[in-house]
Design a binder for this molecule. Structure first.
Ligand code: 5RP
Length: 237
């Protein structure tokens, strides 16, 4: 971990998110292929990358959601189709919470399946967040699962059998939230202490559960926006 830089002291949550995002984008070099996350913190990173591209940075990117793709295209960032990309250099994305072992819960924005695929492509993965996202122990948020609509009742039963109370995510009008793949989201609430690796393994094994928001190995560095500046933490491997 490095000390926060007092030169960019920040106060509001959005300023902290933006500072973390700008620090991560500063790692991007000419010629890189970059993964762009989803959410309000990732939005700041895409904005900063768009500005760097306007100044002449030569990069290409893959987006983790339609929302991010729309923003990136509007800023003139060249996007590749993820289906044609197997490896990227760097991925920058937000988290909902992250513990001291760099294990995170993601997916409040519903993009965790594509986010995990893009993280899997990346040689280096930087999580960006304001300091409210750093927790001592995971479990403040439910773990979101992207589920094939056809499998809703079955997956709900299988989740119950492994101790999760699965709640269908609804939008403001009471309709199921659909992912970019037109799947539903079940938010999995846990009671009592959780073995996160065991839970991830169980979820990975349920047919019809396409992906989930437990990112236990997919983060290499955390750039945390704090009131004192950006704190950079590297995962010990
Ligand atoms: C979307 C995500 C987001 O990265 C996560 O929800 C954090 O979002 P925000 O930066 O808006 O707090 O996982 O699927």
């Amino acid at each position: 971990m490095t000390q926060p830089s007092p030169a960019i002291a920040t106060s509001s949550i959005d300023e902290r998110k933006r500072a973390a995002a700008i620090a991560a984008v500063a790692e991007i070099r000419d010629g890189m292929l970059v993964g762009l996350g989803t959410g309000s913190t990732a939005h700041f990173a895409v904005e900063a990358l768009g500005q760097a591209v306007a100044r002449g940075l030569d990069v290409r990117a893959v987006a983790t959601s339609r929302q991010t793709a729309t923003q990136a295209i509007a800023l003139g960032i060249v996007l590749l189709k993820p289906a044609k990309v197997a490896r990227i250099d760097l991925c920058i994305d937000g988290v909902d919470e992250i513990d001291p072992e760099f294990r995170a819960i993601k997916g409040a924005g519903g993009a965790m399946l594509r986010e995990k695929i893009v993280a899997g492509m990346a040689a280096r993965r930087i999580a960006i967040a304001d300091d409210s996202k750093a927790v001592g122990h995971l479990g403040t948020h439910p773990v979101p699962a992207e589920v094939l609509p056809h499998a809703q009742a079955f997956v709900t039963r299988k989740l119950r059998e492994i101790g999760c109370k699965a709640v269908l995510r609804l939008d403001g009008a009471g309709a199921p939230v659909l992912t970019d793949q037109d799947n539903i989201i079940l938010d999995c609430h846990m009671a009592g202490p959780v073995d996160w690796a065991e839970l991830a393994g169980h979820m990975d094994a349920i047919p019809g559960l396409m992906g989930h928001g437990l990112f236990l190995e997919e983060i290499d560095a955390l750039f945390l926006g704090t009131a004192q500046g950006v704190e950079r933490r590297e995962r010990a491997r």
